[in-house]
Design a binder for this molecule. Structure first.
Ligand code: ATP
Length: 465
Protein backbone atom coordinates (compact mmCIF):
# COMPACT_ATOMS: atom_id res chain seq x y z
CA UNK A 1 0.00 0.00 0.00
CA UNK A 2 1.22 3.53 -0.65
CA UNK A 3 2.41 5.71 2.23
CA UNK A 4 -0.89 7.38 3.10
CA UNK A 5 -3.00 4.20 3.28
CA UNK A 6 -2.48 3.36 6.95
CA UNK A 7 -4.41 6.55 7.70
CA UNK A 8 -7.36 5.59 5.52
CA UNK A 9 -10.44 4.32 7.22
CA UNK A 10 -13.71 3.85 5.43
CA UNK A 11 -15.66 6.14 7.80
CA UNK A 12 -13.36 9.03 6.94
CA UNK A 13 -13.66 8.32 3.25
CA UNK A 14 -17.45 7.99 3.45
CA UNK A 15 -17.64 11.26 5.33
CA UNK A 16 -15.55 13.04 2.67
CA UNK A 17 -17.69 11.46 -0.06
CA UNK A 18 -20.83 12.79 1.56
CA UNK A 19 -19.41 16.23 2.38
CA UNK A 20 -18.07 16.76 -1.14
CA UNK A 21 -21.03 15.23 -2.96
CA UNK A 22 -19.59 11.98 -4.29
CA UNK A 23 -21.89 9.45 -2.62
CA UNK A 24 -25.06 9.78 -0.55
CA UNK A 25 -27.11 7.13 1.15
CA UNK A 26 -30.17 6.43 -0.96
CA UNK A 27 -33.45 7.74 0.51
CA UNK A 28 -31.56 9.32 3.41
CA UNK A 29 -34.50 11.63 3.98
CA UNK A 30 -36.54 8.61 5.06
CA UNK A 31 -33.83 6.89 7.08
CA UNK A 32 -32.07 5.25 4.14
CA UNK A 33 -32.51 1.87 2.46
CA UNK A 34 -29.83 -0.73 2.95
CA UNK A 35 -27.74 -1.62 -0.08
CA UNK A 36 -28.68 1.35 -2.27
CA UNK A 37 -26.58 4.45 -2.95
CA UNK A 38 -26.92 7.73 -4.83
CA UNK A 39 -24.07 9.51 -6.56
CA UNK A 40 -23.92 13.28 -6.08
CA UNK A 41 -22.60 15.93 -8.48
CA UNK A 42 -18.95 14.84 -8.23
CA UNK A 43 -19.71 11.13 -7.90
CA UNK A 44 -21.80 11.01 -11.03
CA UNK A 45 -18.94 12.56 -13.01
CA UNK A 46 -16.42 10.12 -11.53
CA UNK A 47 -18.57 7.13 -12.44
CA UNK A 48 -19.31 8.50 -15.89
CA UNK A 49 -15.59 8.98 -16.53
CA UNK A 50 -14.82 5.41 -15.48
CA UNK A 51 -17.52 4.14 -17.85
CA UNK A 52 -16.32 6.42 -20.65
CA UNK A 53 -12.70 5.26 -20.36
CA UNK A 54 -13.88 1.62 -20.37
CA UNK A 55 -16.15 2.20 -23.37
CA UNK A 56 -13.36 3.99 -25.27
CA UNK A 57 -10.81 1.27 -24.54
CA UNK A 58 -13.02 -1.79 -24.88
CA UNK A 59 -15.33 -0.66 -27.69
CA UNK A 60 -14.52 2.55 -29.56
CA UNK A 61 -10.77 2.14 -30.01
CA UNK A 62 -11.11 -1.46 -31.21
CA UNK A 63 -12.32 -2.81 -34.52
CA UNK A 64 -13.48 -6.11 -33.07
CA UNK A 65 -15.96 -5.02 -30.38
CA UNK A 66 -19.41 -3.46 -30.77
CA UNK A 67 -21.84 -2.17 -28.15
CA UNK A 68 -25.33 -3.04 -26.98
CA UNK A 69 -27.87 -1.58 -24.59
CA UNK A 70 -30.34 -4.32 -23.68
CA UNK A 71 -33.36 -3.88 -21.43
CA UNK A 72 -33.20 -4.57 -17.71
CA UNK A 73 -36.33 -6.70 -17.65
CA UNK A 74 -36.22 -9.50 -20.18
CA UNK A 75 -38.20 -12.64 -20.94
CA UNK A 76 -38.11 -14.82 -17.79
CA UNK A 77 -37.04 -17.84 -19.87
CA UNK A 78 -33.66 -16.11 -20.25
CA UNK A 79 -33.02 -16.69 -16.54
CA UNK A 80 -34.10 -20.32 -16.83
CA UNK A 81 -31.69 -20.85 -19.70
CA UNK A 82 -28.83 -19.05 -17.97
CA UNK A 83 -29.27 -21.10 -14.82
CA UNK A 84 -29.96 -18.07 -12.63
CA UNK A 85 -33.48 -19.14 -11.70
CA UNK A 86 -32.25 -22.44 -10.39
CA UNK A 87 -28.82 -21.62 -9.11
CA UNK A 88 -28.19 -17.90 -8.53
CA UNK A 89 -28.36 -18.13 -4.78
CA UNK A 90 -26.29 -17.67 -1.65
CA UNK A 91 -26.52 -19.78 1.49
CA UNK A 92 -28.47 -17.90 4.16
CA UNK A 93 -28.80 -18.52 7.87
CA UNK A 94 -31.07 -16.86 10.41
CA UNK A 95 -30.19 -16.04 13.98
CA UNK A 96 -33.09 -17.16 16.16
CA UNK A 97 -32.04 -14.70 18.88
CA UNK A 98 -31.72 -11.39 17.00
CA UNK A 99 -33.78 -12.47 13.94
CA UNK A 100 -30.98 -11.22 11.67
CA UNK A 101 -30.29 -12.93 8.33
CA UNK A 102 -26.73 -13.51 7.20
CA UNK A 103 -24.70 -15.06 4.41
CA UNK A 104 -23.53 -18.37 5.80
CA UNK A 105 -20.24 -18.21 3.88
CA UNK A 106 -19.37 -14.73 5.19
CA UNK A 107 -19.93 -15.08 8.94
CA UNK A 108 -16.25 -14.50 9.60
CA UNK A 109 -16.40 -10.81 8.75
CA UNK A 110 -19.97 -10.10 9.90
CA UNK A 111 -20.61 -8.39 13.25
CA UNK A 112 -23.57 -9.40 15.41
CA UNK A 113 -26.13 -6.57 15.17
CA UNK A 114 -26.72 -6.76 18.93
CA UNK A 115 -23.12 -7.30 20.07
CA UNK A 116 -21.02 -5.66 17.37
CA UNK A 117 -17.76 -6.65 19.08
CA UNK A 118 -18.61 -10.30 18.33
CA UNK A 119 -19.21 -11.96 15.01
CA UNK A 120 -22.51 -13.60 14.16
CA UNK A 121 -22.56 -17.03 15.79
CA UNK A 122 -19.78 -16.18 18.26
CA UNK A 123 -22.27 -13.92 20.09
CA UNK A 124 -24.13 -16.88 21.57
CA UNK A 125 -27.13 -16.53 19.23
CA UNK A 126 -28.67 -19.76 17.93
CA UNK A 127 -28.26 -20.14 14.17
CA UNK A 128 -30.48 -22.08 11.75
CA UNK A 129 -29.11 -24.47 9.14
CA UNK A 130 -28.09 -22.66 5.90
CA UNK A 131 -30.68 -22.61 3.12
CA UNK A 132 -30.37 -21.29 -0.42
CA UNK A 133 -31.70 -17.78 -1.11
CA UNK A 134 -32.17 -16.67 -4.73
CA UNK A 135 -30.71 -13.20 -5.26
CA UNK A 136 -32.91 -12.12 -8.17
CA UNK A 137 -35.43 -9.33 -7.55
CA UNK A 138 -38.89 -10.33 -8.76
CA UNK A 139 -41.51 -8.10 -10.28
CA UNK A 140 -44.67 -8.43 -12.44
CA UNK A 141 -45.17 -7.29 -15.99
CA UNK A 142 -48.66 -5.92 -16.69
CA UNK A 143 -51.65 -5.42 -14.41
CA UNK A 144 -52.15 -9.03 -13.30
CA UNK A 145 -49.82 -10.26 -10.60
CA UNK A 146 -49.53 -14.02 -10.94
CA UNK A 147 -46.96 -16.63 -11.93
CA UNK A 148 -47.48 -15.99 -15.63
CA UNK A 149 -46.55 -12.30 -15.29
CA UNK A 150 -43.48 -12.80 -13.06
CA UNK A 151 -40.29 -11.21 -14.36
CA UNK A 152 -36.90 -10.42 -12.90
CA UNK A 153 -34.61 -7.41 -12.70
CA UNK A 154 -31.44 -8.62 -14.40
CA UNK A 155 -28.74 -9.76 -11.95
CA UNK A 156 -26.08 -9.24 -14.66
CA UNK A 157 -25.95 -7.52 -18.02
CA UNK A 158 -24.30 -10.45 -19.80
CA UNK A 159 -27.44 -12.44 -20.64
CA UNK A 160 -28.85 -9.56 -22.69
CA UNK A 161 -25.76 -9.90 -24.88
CA UNK A 162 -26.18 -13.65 -25.41
CA UNK A 163 -29.88 -13.21 -26.15
CA UNK A 164 -29.05 -10.65 -28.88
CA UNK A 165 -26.00 -12.47 -30.25
CA UNK A 166 -27.65 -13.42 -33.52
CA UNK A 167 -29.10 -9.97 -34.23
CA UNK A 168 -25.82 -8.21 -33.50
CA UNK A 169 -23.86 -10.70 -35.58
CA UNK A 170 -26.14 -10.20 -38.55
CA UNK A 171 -25.95 -6.39 -38.52
CA UNK A 172 -22.38 -5.68 -37.45
CA UNK A 173 -20.42 -7.55 -40.14
CA UNK A 174 -18.12 -8.83 -37.44
CA UNK A 175 -16.25 -12.10 -37.78
CA UNK A 176 -15.24 -14.38 -34.92
CA UNK A 177 -13.22 -13.43 -32.89
CA UNK A 178 -15.29 -10.40 -31.93
CA UNK A 179 -17.00 -9.00 -28.87
CA UNK A 180 -20.23 -7.39 -27.72
CA UNK A 181 -20.00 -4.99 -24.79
CA UNK A 182 -22.57 -3.48 -22.52
CA UNK A 183 -22.71 -1.11 -19.55
CA UNK A 184 -25.80 -1.05 -17.39
CA UNK A 185 -27.58 -1.56 -14.12
CA UNK A 186 -27.78 -4.94 -12.42
CA UNK A 187 -29.70 -5.88 -9.31
CA UNK A 188 -28.98 -8.51 -6.67
CA UNK A 189 -30.95 -8.91 -3.49
CA UNK A 190 -27.75 -9.41 -1.48
CA UNK A 191 -28.36 -10.90 1.96
CA UNK A 192 -25.84 -8.58 3.63
CA UNK A 193 -24.91 -5.50 1.62
CA UNK A 194 -21.72 -4.15 3.19
CA UNK A 195 -18.42 -2.36 2.98
CA UNK A 196 -19.99 0.92 1.86
CA UNK A 197 -20.82 0.65 -1.86
CA UNK A 198 -18.76 -2.51 -2.38
CA UNK A 199 -21.66 -4.92 -2.07
CA UNK A 200 -24.86 -3.16 -3.07
CA UNK A 201 -28.26 -4.37 -4.19
CA UNK A 202 -28.35 -2.09 -7.23
CA UNK A 203 -25.10 -1.49 -9.13
CA UNK A 204 -23.67 -1.06 -12.59
CA UNK A 205 -21.67 -3.54 -14.60
CA UNK A 206 -19.38 -3.20 -17.59
CA UNK A 207 -19.34 -6.54 -19.38
CA UNK A 208 -17.76 -7.84 -22.53
CA UNK A 209 -18.61 -11.14 -24.17
CA UNK A 210 -15.75 -11.89 -26.53
CA UNK A 211 -16.76 -14.67 -28.94
CA UNK A 212 -13.96 -16.92 -30.14
CA UNK A 213 -13.23 -20.04 -32.10
CA UNK A 214 -13.32 -23.21 -29.94
CA UNK A 215 -9.78 -24.15 -29.00
CA UNK A 216 -8.51 -20.58 -28.71
CA UNK A 217 -9.93 -20.15 -25.19
CA UNK A 218 -6.67 -20.15 -23.31
CA UNK A 219 -4.97 -17.69 -25.65
CA UNK A 220 -7.85 -15.20 -25.50
CA UNK A 221 -8.33 -15.61 -21.77
CA UNK A 222 -4.66 -14.75 -21.20
CA UNK A 223 -5.02 -11.78 -23.56
CA UNK A 224 -8.03 -10.32 -21.74
CA UNK A 225 -6.63 -10.83 -18.25
CA UNK A 226 -3.58 -8.82 -19.27
CA UNK A 227 -5.60 -6.13 -21.08
CA UNK A 228 -7.87 -5.70 -18.11
CA UNK A 229 -5.02 -5.58 -15.58
CA UNK A 230 -3.34 -2.87 -17.67
CA UNK A 231 -6.59 -0.90 -17.82
CA UNK A 232 -6.68 -0.48 -14.05
CA UNK A 233 -3.27 1.19 -14.04
CA UNK A 234 -4.54 3.51 -16.79
CA UNK A 235 -7.27 4.79 -14.45
CA UNK A 236 -4.75 5.41 -11.69
CA UNK A 237 -4.68 2.23 -9.62
CA UNK A 238 -1.12 1.34 -8.62
CA UNK A 239 -0.15 -2.10 -9.85
CA UNK A 240 1.09 -3.06 -6.37
CA UNK A 241 -2.49 -2.73 -5.11
CA UNK A 242 -3.83 -5.10 -7.77
CA UNK A 243 -3.60 -8.87 -7.72
CA UNK A 244 -5.12 -11.89 -9.41
CA UNK A 245 -7.06 -14.74 -7.87
CA UNK A 246 -6.72 -17.74 -10.17
CA UNK A 247 -9.50 -20.31 -9.77
CA UNK A 248 -8.40 -23.88 -9.17
CA UNK A 249 -9.97 -26.69 -11.25
CA UNK A 250 -12.30 -27.61 -8.39
CA UNK A 251 -13.58 -24.01 -8.09
CA UNK A 252 -14.51 -23.58 -11.76
CA UNK A 253 -18.07 -23.93 -13.03
CA UNK A 254 -18.39 -27.22 -14.93
CA UNK A 255 -18.46 -25.45 -18.31
CA UNK A 256 -15.58 -22.99 -17.64
CA UNK A 257 -11.98 -23.68 -18.55
CA UNK A 258 -10.42 -20.73 -16.67
CA UNK A 259 -11.34 -17.85 -14.40
CA UNK A 260 -9.24 -15.08 -12.89
CA UNK A 261 -10.58 -12.45 -10.52
CA UNK A 262 -8.85 -9.08 -10.58
CA UNK A 263 -8.50 -8.01 -6.96
CA UNK A 264 -7.84 -4.68 -5.25
CA UNK A 265 -6.36 -4.13 -1.80
CA UNK A 266 -9.26 -2.25 -0.18
CA UNK A 267 -8.80 -1.03 3.42
CA UNK A 268 -11.26 -3.79 4.41
CA UNK A 269 -9.33 -6.54 2.62
CA UNK A 270 -8.30 -7.76 -0.81
CA UNK A 271 -11.53 -8.03 -2.82
CA UNK A 272 -12.77 -8.66 -6.36
CA UNK A 273 -13.20 -5.82 -8.87
CA UNK A 274 -13.70 -7.92 -11.96
CA UNK A 275 -13.89 -11.54 -13.05
CA UNK A 276 -12.43 -12.75 -16.36
CA UNK A 277 -13.88 -16.15 -17.24
CA UNK A 278 -13.53 -18.52 -20.18
CA UNK A 279 -17.07 -19.90 -20.28
CA UNK A 280 -16.86 -22.27 -23.27
CA UNK A 281 -20.08 -22.28 -25.31
CA UNK A 282 -22.34 -22.79 -22.30
CA UNK A 283 -24.42 -19.62 -22.59
CA UNK A 284 -25.11 -19.71 -26.32
CA UNK A 285 -25.82 -23.48 -26.17
CA UNK A 286 -28.30 -23.04 -23.36
CA UNK A 287 -30.11 -20.18 -25.12
CA UNK A 288 -30.18 -22.23 -28.26
CA UNK A 289 -31.66 -25.16 -26.37
CA UNK A 290 -34.27 -23.10 -24.51
CA UNK A 291 -35.32 -20.92 -27.46
CA UNK A 292 -35.18 -23.68 -30.05
CA UNK A 293 -33.15 -21.38 -32.35
CA UNK A 294 -29.70 -22.12 -33.67
CA UNK A 295 -27.08 -19.74 -32.34
CA UNK A 296 -24.18 -20.69 -34.56
CA UNK A 297 -21.46 -19.03 -36.51
CA UNK A 298 -20.42 -19.99 -40.01
CA UNK A 299 -16.72 -19.53 -40.59
CA UNK A 300 -16.30 -18.87 -44.31
CA UNK A 301 -12.55 -19.42 -44.29
CA UNK A 302 -12.66 -22.91 -42.85
CA UNK A 303 -16.16 -23.69 -44.07
CA UNK A 304 -17.06 -24.71 -40.53
CA UNK A 305 -20.18 -24.11 -38.49
CA UNK A 306 -19.79 -23.89 -34.72
CA UNK A 307 -21.17 -22.38 -31.54
CA UNK A 308 -18.58 -19.79 -30.53
CA UNK A 309 -16.89 -20.03 -27.17
CA UNK A 310 -16.72 -16.91 -25.05
CA UNK A 311 -14.29 -15.07 -22.78
CA UNK A 312 -16.09 -12.73 -20.40
CA UNK A 313 -14.42 -9.83 -18.57
CA UNK A 314 -17.11 -8.65 -16.15
CA UNK A 315 -16.47 -5.58 -14.01
CA UNK A 316 -18.49 -3.57 -11.49
CA UNK A 317 -18.52 0.21 -11.96
CA UNK A 318 -19.36 0.98 -8.33
CA UNK A 319 -16.60 -1.24 -6.98
CA UNK A 320 -14.12 0.35 -9.36
CA UNK A 321 -15.29 3.83 -8.32
CA UNK A 322 -14.75 2.83 -4.69
CA UNK A 323 -11.28 1.47 -5.47
CA UNK A 324 -10.44 4.68 -7.34
CA UNK A 325 -11.59 6.74 -4.34
CA UNK A 326 -9.57 4.61 -1.88
CA UNK A 327 -6.53 4.80 -4.13
CA UNK A 328 -6.83 8.57 -4.56
CA UNK A 329 -7.49 9.47 -0.93
CA UNK A 330 -4.54 10.92 0.94
CA UNK A 331 -3.97 12.99 4.04
CA UNK A 332 -0.77 14.93 4.26
CA UNK A 333 0.94 17.56 6.34
CA UNK A 334 1.93 20.62 4.40
CA UNK A 335 3.97 23.62 5.57
CA UNK A 336 1.81 26.66 6.31
CA UNK A 337 2.15 29.65 4.04
CA UNK A 338 5.47 31.40 4.66
CA UNK A 339 6.99 28.37 6.45
CA UNK A 340 9.81 26.28 5.00
CA UNK A 341 9.34 22.53 5.04
CA UNK A 342 8.51 19.44 3.03
CA UNK A 343 5.10 17.89 2.41
CA UNK A 344 4.79 14.63 4.28
CA UNK A 345 2.17 11.94 4.67
CA UNK A 346 0.07 12.23 7.81
CA UNK A 347 1.24 9.88 10.56
CA UNK A 348 -1.88 8.36 12.09
CA UNK A 349 -2.38 9.12 15.77
CA UNK A 350 0.18 11.97 15.82
CA UNK A 351 -0.52 15.67 16.14
CA UNK A 352 0.04 17.96 13.16
CA UNK A 353 3.60 19.36 13.68
CA UNK A 354 4.06 23.07 14.40
CA UNK A 355 4.13 25.19 11.28
CA UNK A 356 2.14 22.57 9.34
CA UNK A 357 -1.49 22.04 8.46
CA UNK A 358 -3.23 18.92 7.20
CA UNK A 359 -4.73 18.69 3.76
CA UNK A 360 -7.05 16.06 2.32
CA UNK A 361 -6.43 15.35 -1.32
CA UNK A 362 -7.95 12.99 -3.86
CA UNK A 363 -5.21 12.13 -6.31
CA UNK A 364 -7.40 11.00 -9.19
CA UNK A 365 -5.81 10.23 -12.53
CA UNK A 366 -6.82 13.18 -14.76
CA UNK A 367 -8.87 10.88 -17.05
CA UNK A 368 -11.30 10.01 -14.22
CA UNK A 369 -11.20 13.26 -12.22
CA UNK A 370 -14.70 14.82 -12.08
CA UNK A 371 -13.34 18.35 -12.59
CA UNK A 372 -10.26 18.69 -14.78
CA UNK A 373 -9.14 22.16 -13.78
CA UNK A 374 -10.25 25.07 -11.61
CA UNK A 375 -9.86 28.68 -12.68
CA UNK A 376 -9.38 31.39 -10.09
CA UNK A 377 -8.97 35.17 -10.25
CA UNK A 378 -6.57 36.08 -7.44
CA UNK A 379 -9.03 38.66 -6.07
CA UNK A 380 -12.75 38.81 -6.67
CA UNK A 381 -13.01 42.58 -6.27
CA UNK A 382 -10.66 43.34 -9.17
CA UNK A 383 -12.81 43.33 -12.33
CA UNK A 384 -9.78 43.21 -14.63
CA UNK A 385 -8.68 39.87 -13.08
CA UNK A 386 -12.23 38.50 -12.93
CA UNK A 387 -12.76 39.26 -16.63
CA UNK A 388 -9.64 37.40 -17.79
CA UNK A 389 -10.42 34.43 -15.51
CA UNK A 390 -14.03 34.22 -16.65
CA UNK A 391 -13.05 34.42 -20.31
CA UNK A 392 -10.57 31.59 -19.83
CA UNK A 393 -13.21 29.59 -17.95
CA UNK A 394 -15.80 30.08 -20.70
CA UNK A 395 -13.32 28.97 -23.34
CA UNK A 396 -12.20 25.84 -21.48
CA UNK A 397 -15.73 24.90 -20.50
CA UNK A 398 -16.57 24.26 -24.15
CA UNK A 399 -14.22 21.28 -24.03
CA UNK A 400 -13.78 20.09 -20.43
CA UNK A 401 -15.59 20.04 -17.12
CA UNK A 402 -13.84 22.95 -15.39
CA UNK A 403 -14.77 24.97 -12.32
CA UNK A 404 -14.68 28.69 -11.61
CA UNK A 405 -14.19 29.90 -8.05
CA UNK A 406 -13.55 33.43 -6.83
CA UNK A 407 -14.68 33.05 -3.21
CA UNK A 408 -12.28 33.10 -0.26
CA UNK A 409 -8.51 33.16 0.10
CA UNK A 410 -6.66 31.51 -2.76
CA UNK A 411 -5.13 28.89 -0.43
CA UNK A 412 -8.60 27.80 0.71
CA UNK A 413 -9.80 27.64 -2.87
CA UNK A 414 -6.88 25.35 -3.73
CA UNK A 415 -7.71 23.18 -0.72
CA UNK A 416 -11.35 22.83 -1.79
CA UNK A 417 -10.24 21.62 -5.21
CA UNK A 418 -7.70 19.22 -3.65
CA UNK A 419 -10.60 17.56 -1.84
CA UNK A 420 -12.59 17.32 -5.06
CA UNK A 421 -9.58 15.74 -6.78
CA UNK A 422 -9.15 18.49 -9.40
CA UNK A 423 -5.69 17.91 -10.92
CA UNK A 424 -4.89 21.48 -11.95
CA UNK A 425 -5.49 24.99 -10.67
CA UNK A 426 -5.08 28.03 -12.91
CA UNK A 427 -4.79 31.44 -11.26
CA UNK A 428 -5.09 34.79 -12.96
CA UNK A 429 -3.13 37.45 -11.05
CA UNK A 430 -1.63 40.89 -11.66
CA UNK A 431 1.29 39.49 -13.63
CA UNK A 432 -1.26 38.07 -16.07
CA UNK A 433 -2.24 41.61 -16.99
CA UNK A 434 1.40 42.49 -17.69
CA UNK A 435 2.65 39.47 -19.58
CA UNK A 436 -0.36 37.17 -20.33
CA UNK A 437 0.91 34.35 -18.14
CA UNK A 438 -1.05 32.48 -15.46
CA UNK A 439 -0.07 30.27 -12.57
CA UNK A 440 -0.47 26.55 -13.27
CA UNK A 441 -0.68 24.58 -10.01
CA UNK A 442 -0.25 20.84 -9.79
CA UNK A 443 -2.57 19.23 -7.21
CA UNK A 444 -0.18 16.44 -6.18
CA UNK A 445 3.12 18.26 -5.87
CA UNK A 446 1.50 21.66 -5.14
CA UNK A 447 4.21 23.13 -7.36
CA UNK A 448 3.36 26.24 -9.33
CA UNK A 449 4.76 27.51 -12.59
CA UNK A 450 3.93 30.35 -14.91
CA UNK A 451 2.74 29.51 -18.38
CA UNK A 452 1.32 31.68 -21.19
CA UNK A 453 -2.45 31.88 -20.97
CA UNK A 454 -2.59 30.81 -24.63
CA UNK A 455 -0.98 27.47 -23.70
CA UNK A 456 -3.48 26.47 -21.02
CA UNK A 457 -5.85 24.61 -23.34
CA UNK A 458 -3.10 22.54 -24.97
CA UNK A 459 -1.53 21.77 -21.57
CA UNK A 460 -4.86 20.48 -20.35
CA UNK A 461 -5.47 18.43 -23.48
CA UNK A 462 -2.05 16.79 -23.14
CA UNK A 463 -2.60 15.99 -19.46
CA UNK A 464 -5.95 14.38 -20.22
CA UNK A 465 -4.81 12.06 -22.96
P1 ATP B 1 -19.00 -11.48 -5.38
O1 ATP B 1 -18.29 -12.83 -5.28
O2 ATP B 1 -18.21 -10.36 -4.77
O3 ATP B 1 -20.44 -11.53 -4.97
P2 ATP B 1 -19.44 -12.19 -8.07
O4 ATP B 1 -18.28 -13.07 -8.35
O5 ATP B 1 -20.76 -12.77 -7.79
O6 ATP B 1 -19.03 -11.14 -6.92
P3 ATP B 1 -19.86 -11.47 -10.75
O7 ATP B 1 -21.14 -12.18 -10.86
O8 ATP B 1 -18.65 -12.06 -11.39
O9 ATP B 1 -19.56 -11.14 -9.22
O10 ATP B 1 -20.09 -9.98 -11.25
C1 ATP B 1 -19.10 -9.26 -11.95
C2 ATP B 1 -18.75 -7.97 -11.23
O11 ATP B 1 -19.92 -7.25 -10.87
C3 ATP B 1 -18.00 -8.19 -9.91
O12 ATP B 1 -16.63 -8.41 -10.13
C4 ATP B 1 -18.27 -6.89 -9.20
O13 ATP B 1 -17.38 -5.88 -9.63
C5 ATP B 1 -19.67 -6.53 -9.66
N1 ATP B 1 -20.63 -6.91 -8.61
C6 ATP B 1 -21.17 -8.12 -8.40
N2 ATP B 1 -21.99 -8.10 -7.35
C7 ATP B 1 -21.98 -6.81 -6.89
C8 ATP B 1 -22.63 -6.15 -5.81
N3 ATP B 1 -23.49 -6.77 -5.04
N4 ATP B 1 -22.39 -4.84 -5.62
C9 ATP B 1 -21.51 -4.17 -6.42
N5 ATP B 1 -20.87 -4.76 -7.45
C10 ATP B 1 -21.10 -6.06 -7.69
Amino acid sequence: MSDNKPTLNMEQLASLCKRRGFIFQSSELYGGINGFWDYGPLGVELKRNIKDVWWQDVVQRRDDVVGLDASIIMHPRIWEASGHLEGFSDPMIDCKTCKGRFRADQLEGTACPQKPSKRVGACGGELTEPRQFNLMFKTFVGPVQDDSSTAYLRPETAQGIFAQFDNVLSVSRQKVPFGIAQIGKAFRNEINPRNYTFRSREFEQMELEFFIKPGTDEEWHTYWVKARMDWYTRIGIASEHLSQYVYGPDELAHYASACVDIMYAFPFGVQELEGVAARGNYDLSRHSEFSGKKLEYFDQESNERFIPHVVEPSAGVDRIALAVLCEAYALEWIPKEGTDGERQPTRAGEKVPDGYEERTVLRFAPCVAPIKAAIFPLLKNRPELVKVAQDLYSELKQHYPVFYDQTGAIGRRYRRQDEAGTPFGITVDFETLDNQTVTWRDRDTMSQERIPIGEVAIRLATALQ
